[in-house]
Design a protein around this ligand. Structure first.
Ligand SMILES: NC(=O)c1ccc[n+]([C@@H]2O[C@H](COP(=O)([O-])OP(=O)(O)OC[C@H]3O[C@@H](n4cnc5c(N)ncnc54)[C@H](OP(=O)(O)O)[C@@H]3O)[C@@H](O)[C@H]2O)c1
Length: 351
């Protein structure tokens, strides 16, 4: 019998890492040893995976000995330093950070959209897209395959866990500061109540929305908006796709939502779009205007698919569709897609 491949999870103690361990415990058990790795701060901690307690190792060259595939869920600079080290030891790295996504020698993969890309990896690294792009791209990719995409205009409603554990802790602290109060009725009152405690966000996120995510560039676009643009183009293989994104942070713990205006080559019908979305792998069409039933983050959180509702044809353009999509940013938006890529790669070791 072929030996099952050995997997390392680097960043096992983080927000994405925790979800990854849950998913590994739920999916078919295709792995031999699963090694858990984090910073020296976490060395010796025990975490549960596949029903067993596994000790966390401190990141270092030795942890990659005998490893076939490593999933990296660590900050960009840690991936930048350590993914090439792992790759130089023959490990196939599936990286969740932004460090390699736009490297022409690193494929950017969504298994439902461009699985073939994972096979060509000159640097031994496969990149996982950012969570905002991932929360919509499976649905958009399915429509593109039939209709041919020309333009995308999206607005995101991004959950605080997209900024890691710190984002979630910040929202929870702020919610305690504003709970049961009359705040939100006069300019600046929420900001005064929260004070400097804005965590990874530039403004209070409790009782508020923050009209940019990531860092702002000189031309006014944010890093998150550029990621949506650049990564969607790369995944879909459409380098000239017209795309504009406005990324907004909202007081939701987990699950990103987006409104999508998608323009295609020719006229589209809602009926055909619904048929495509209803049968696309990884997509759930949940669109019942008569009953007022559509996806919301509060219902979608903890689930795997991309949920789509509010499917309409644009009133002024018969070639365009309007959609509302929700995806759990820690599952499909991060951990699940990474696991799916790692499973694709693992197939090469066992086939
Ligand atoms: N959150 C999301 O929705 C999301 C979505 C897509 C992609 N991502 C990306 O996934 C990565 C992880 O994000 P996250 O949200 O899980 O962050 P997080 O909750 O802050 O966790 C960070 C993880 O990295 C580890 N780490 C930090 N510095 C390290 C070092 N010097 N050496 C080894 N390990 C180190 C931490 O270990 P300790 O616990 O020991 O500090 C922890 O396991 C980031 O690149 C992020 O951009 C996140």
């Amino acid at each position: 019998m072929t030996k099952k491949p050995t997997l390392a999870v680097v960043g096992a103690t983080g927000a994405v890492g925790a979800v990854m361990l849950q998913i590994l415990s739920q999916h078919a058990d295709i792995w031999g040893e699963i090694r858990l790795v984090a910073s020296p701060r976490s060395a010796g901690r025990k975490l549960a995976v596949r029903g067993e307690e596994v000790e966390v190792l401190a990141l270092g060259e030795d942890v990659f000995d005998g490893v076939d595939v490593a999933m990296f869920d660590v900050p960009d600079e840690v991936s930048e330093q350590w993914a090439p080290v792992a790759a130089s030891k023959g490990v196939v790295v599936v990286d969740n950070s932004a460090a390699f996504r736009m490297d022409p020698d690193v494929p950017l993969v969504v298994p439902e959209v461009n699985p073939h890309a994972a096979r060509v990896r000159p640097r031994g690294i496969v990149a996982n897209p950012n969570c905002t792009t991932l929360s919509m791209i499976v649905a958009v990719g399915a429509l593109h395959a039939e209709f041919g995409l020309r333009e995308l205009i999206v607005s995101s409603y991004q959950a605080v866990s997209g900024a890691g554990r710190d984002g979630v802790d910040t929202l929870r602290r702020q919610m305690q500061l504003v709970a049961g109060s009359e705040l939100g009725t006069s300019p600046g009152d929420v900001r005064r109540a929260v004070g400097d405690d804005t965590g990874p966000f530039p403004e209070p996120v409790a009782l508020n929305v923050v009209p940019w995510a990531g860092t702002l560039r000189d031309d006014g676009w944010s890093s998150e908006e550029m990621k949506v643009r650049d990564e969607s183009r790369k995944i879909l293989g459409l380098p000239d796709l017209k795309i504009a994104a406005t990324c907004v942070r909202v007081p939701v713990v987990t699950t990103h939502s987006l409104t999508v205006h998608a323009r295609f080559e020719d006229e589209v019908t809602v009926d055909r779009a619904r048929e495509i979305l209803a049968t696309a792998p990884g997509v759930v069409l949940f669109d019942n205007p008569a009953a007022g039933e559509f996806p919301t983050p509060a219902d979608v959180v903890g689930t795997d698919p991309t949920w789509v509702g509010r499917v309409r044809r644009a009133l002024d353009d018969p070639t365009a569709l309007e959609l509302f999509v929700c995806g759990d940013n820690l599952r499909k938006g991060a951990a699940l897609n990474t696991v799916q890529i790692a499973e694709l790669v693992a197939g090469e070791f066992t086939s």
